[in-house]
Design a protein around this ligand. Structure first.
Ligand SMILES: Nc1ncnc2c1ncn2[C@@H]1O[C@H](COP(=O)(O)OP(=O)(O)O)[C@@H](O)[C@H]1O
Ligand SMILES: [Mg+2]
Length: 247
């Protein structure tokens, strides 16, 4: 059935760097209009999953599908054109350029100027903070504002699926809350989101489903509400019931 087909699926994906295997037989799906989180300890392979989905790493075994189509061997640009975009963990904006120029860079694949303007205007409409600061150099932004700009750049390409690598990393709690609020709003705009997060509780709190990755393998998966209450997940990956939020 058309409506039950996942937007993205990883089927027994194994890959790594040079000869170092990082992911082993990984399964993961994102359905249309879902927010899905990947959590797990440092070095578990979370960023590597996003790189494999985006085309920075080819599968050694297994398949990456987007809307049912095998995209495992497509280059990055072809995947962007099909409707996905990755917001990197670091260095995801051009600090020497203005906010507006950054948003233009986000639309580098859009050939028609009028369409690019339309897309940027729609991002400004959704997120007026970017409009207010549009003429300023991105270097003056705070860490959290930089993340918001990076997400804004991603939106210019009007992706169906947004891959977010630790959007709340290193941010103060108030800014962190704002980032998760933005993720929720982007979801309300009809986007699907696959998010890697160290702040597992907060990520799961706004997600429909989650995956716990450990040593490059599926460890737990399920509805986010169930994961947040699973005693094993709690003690192993959420730092115990009353403990700190970070992994
Ligand atoms: N470019 C790279 N070259 C070689 N090894 C890498 C590279 N990037 C990550 N790794 C290794 O792959 C493993 C998983 O890393 P990563 O996916 O970044 O984990 P996570 O995002 O969960 O912290 C780690 O052992 C890391 O050292
Ligand atoms: Mg990472």
């Amino acid at each position: 059935m058309e409506s039950s087909r996942p937007l993205l699926s990883l089927d027994a994906l194994t890959t790594g760097y040079q000869r170092m295997q990082v992911l082993s037989g990984l399964h993961l799906t994102v359905n249309p209009s879902e927010i899905v989180s990947i959590i797990g300890p440092n070095g578990a392979g979370k960023s590597t999953v996003l790189k494999a989905i985006y085309g920075f790493l080819a599968p050694w075994e297994g398949v990456v599908r987007f809307r049912g189509e095998d995209i495992s061997h497509l280059p990055v640009v072809a995947r962007v054109k099909k409707g996905m975009i990755l917001v990197h963990q670091n260095d995801n904006i051009f600090s020497g350029l203005t906010l507006h120029e950054n948003l233009e860079m986000g639309g580098y694949l859009i050939a028609r100027g009028s369409l690019l303007k339309e897309r940027i205007d729609s991002v400004y409409e959704q997120f007026p903070f970017l409009y207010k600061k549009r003429r300023q150099a991105a270097r003056v932004l705070s860490g959290g504002e930089r993340q918001l700009l990076a997400i804004g750049m991603a939106l210019v390409s009007e992706p169906e699926l947004i891959l977010l690598d630790e959007p709340s990393m290193g941010l103060a709690p108030r800014m962190m809350a704002r980032i998760f609020e933005w993720v929720g709003r982007i979801h309300e705009m009809g986007k699907s989101i696959l998010m890697v997060e160290q702040n597992a509780r907060q990520a799961l709190a706004i997600s429909h489903r989650g995956y716990v990755l450990d040593l490059g393998k599926n460890r737990f998966e399920g509805r986010a509400t169930d994961l947040l209450e699973d005693p094993k997940v709690l003690s192993l990956y959420l730092g115990g019931e009353n403990s700190h939020e970070n992994l």
